[in-house]
Design a protein around this ligand. Structure first.
Ligand code: GUN
Length: 289
């Protein structure tokens, strides 16, 4: 079998187009312009790329983009003061503090300080709890994008065997909650899971979010399964010496067995920012009542 390649780039462009249409209507009919504030502390190169892309796509969707770049030596108090200002600013409907943060700042404390109604990352424990109890929440963008691709490919997910590899707060745990909400039978596997290959082989849906390049190989994949690769790993090509991006799945061998698979790059990545824009629109509409 040769898998269908799920085109996250095209899917994300479609979502951004829909968001832009709704943003235009909100402006025309109610005079409201959604505003997204993104805070970057320090100069982590990967984070800088993300933040630049977020800014560009926010503006393209017709939203207001507020960028706050702070020096790497910024104190926790200074960052908390900025978050408090953004919480109080009526032009700001969504707040995202880019992770990771420098060592002197406690990320949990910063996330806890964000107004849950503006928490477009869905990381605040209030949103985490709402999602876990099946209530209306702002949902983390990466797993939300994965869920959209799965629903688009498979239709109803009800009763399907899903294995999520990775238990991070950003991807693994919320992904498991979303799949459970869609009535999947969910297994969360991780670095201590015994017989990992055997566990993954049960899955009709595999979501790999471990940050280990090429860890999942084709012999782990149930024939026809849908494979969502969240990994974005920079590796150096032994032949050319150039760095390139690879996922957590060994693409060639997995694509030979799976029914469908997301590529890296061009799969989950573009969906994350599209979902961030969708979350910002959601937060704006809820704030407007
Ligand atoms: N760093 C890597 N992914 C993310 C994300 O989804 N949100 C935030 N705030 N930081 C990140």
């Amino acid at each position: 079998m040769t898998a269908e390649i799920i085109d996250g780039k095209a899917f994300a462009a479609r979502i951004r187009g829909e968001v832009a249409g709704q943003v235009a209507a909100l402006r025309r009919d109610h005079g409201i312009v959604p505003g997204l504030a993104v805070v970057l502390v320090g100069e982590d190169p990967a984070s800088q790329v993300y933040v630049r892309n977020k800014h560009k796509q926010t503006v393209e969707a017709g939203m207001e983009s507020f960028e706050h770049r702070l020096p790497v030596e910024t104190s926790e108090e200074e960052l908390l003061a900025l978050v408090a200002r953004l919480n109080a600013d009526p032009a700001v409907h969504g707040i995202l503090v880019q992770l990771p943060l420098p060592a002197q700042i406690d990320a949990d404390k910063v996330i806890a300080a964000i107004d849950p109604a503006k928490d477009v990352d869905g990381f605040h424990i209030s949103n985490v709890g709402l999602l876990a109890t099946g209530q209306k929440a702002l949902v983390p963008c990466t797993p939300l994008g994965c869920l959209m691709m799965l629903r688009d490919r498979l239709g109803s997910l009800s009763g399907r065997e899903a294995v999520v590899i990775g238990r991070s707060n950003i991807v693994g745990k919320p992904m498991a909650q979303l799949l459970l909400r869609d009535s999947c039978t969910v297994t969360v596997a991780h670095s201590r899971t015994r017989d990992l290959a055997e566990v993954v082989r049960r899955a009709e849906i595999v979501v790999a979010a471990v940050g280990r390049p090429g860890m999942v190989t084709g012999d782990w994949i149930r024939p026809g399964a849908t494979v969502i690769d969240v990994g974005i790993n920079r590796i150096e090509d032994a032949e050319t010496g150039k760095t390139r991006l690879v996922g957590d799945c060994d693409f060639e061998s997995c694509a030979a067995v799976a029914g469908a698979i997301t590529p890296v790059p061009g799969g989950v990545g573009p969906m994350t920012i599209a979902c961030l824009l969708a979350n910002t629109l959601t937060a704006t509409c809820r704030a407007a009542g």
